[in-house]
Design a binder for this molecule. Sequence first.
Ligand code: CA
Ligand code: CA
Ligand code: CA
Length: 384
Amino acid sequence: MLGLRRRALHAVLLSLLATSLLLVGPRPDPAAAATPLAVAQAIATQNGSGATVRGYVVGQPTASSTVVRSGFPSDYALALADSPGTTATGSMIYVQIPSAFRSSYGLKTNPGLLGRQIDVTGTLAAYFSHPGLTGGTAFALVGGGGGTDPGTPTDPGVPAGYYDAAAGKTGAALATALHGIIDGNRTLTYAQVWDALEVTDQDPANSSNVIEFYSGRSVPKSSNGGSTGNWNREHTWPQSHGGFGTAAGPGTDLHHLRPEDVTVNSTRGNKDFDNGGSAVAQCPDCFTDADSFEPRDSVKGDVARGLMYMAVRYEGGDGFADLELNDSTNGTTPYLGKISVLLAWSAADPPTAAERARNDLVYTRYQGNRNPFVDHPEYADAIW
Ligand SMILES: [Ca+2]
Ligand SMILES: [Ca+2]
Ligand SMILES: [Ca+2]
């Protein structure tokens, strides 16, 4: 019985292997991948050949001579041009977005892609009765933040030049440069934060759930609220350490707001972050005492980088306090501690792919600004 089943499985695997070998076909030309075509070249080469085309996302084609730049109706297509300001459809190539790439490159889901430079590999063939690129097999953002620190894996979502103003700087000059890069962001209302957290903190293994930040539990998105057992909106920089309440701005900034169990959120209260204390109920590997809270190891760096972002983003402008990290456990606005511990946590728990993906989501989908300490964790020691 077992032998028969194993033989049957073997046959299936062999036939799959044969099929995949047949599907491989001619090897791709590595030179084509290394040197992408400009959009003008791609428009002039509509011969059914395969190519990688590099261009700026300038909108979504909805008809042969119509490309919209807002109110994107779907994730099915985008238009590329050699200049981000192009509005003439004759200078654009229309790109079909296969289903596998729609959640990452469709404009309805990712309106922040407008103006970004991307590479698309596909077939040079008409789409919408217009010069096109169809059957895409690879989509990639161009750029990636300069080679200042080859030891740090750079997020491909970082647009080229994003951190140029910070290059070569340290200390207060670096903080000032970063502030200039990340300020002026879009803000959410406190009500919009519910929906945003369901996206940014979704459980990768269950799209109906979010992961509670400190406790690590996967809980239904639908069980948000203020009752025991619900999850709610945790300000990792406590409202009372910044006087911002739930105001649009620091009170709703997704770089430090996270879903957390109501009871655990209440236990954390407005305590500073530090090591030690006794175990926290419903929060494995979390500790607390009278004046501080310690989350589980795998989010220690995430906590630290979110707070470092807050200290640099909020410098006393926009009608809000100048948030600052210090080395105390203090209950006073606008300070939060302890910076020596947060630096150690950031070093011990460096950014993961999941943390970088969250940063990308906040950037592209909600706020239009990035957390520099996720993209460049080395900035932490360069400032503090
Ligand atoms: Ca303490
Ligand atoms: Ca982490
Ligand atoms: Ca500050």
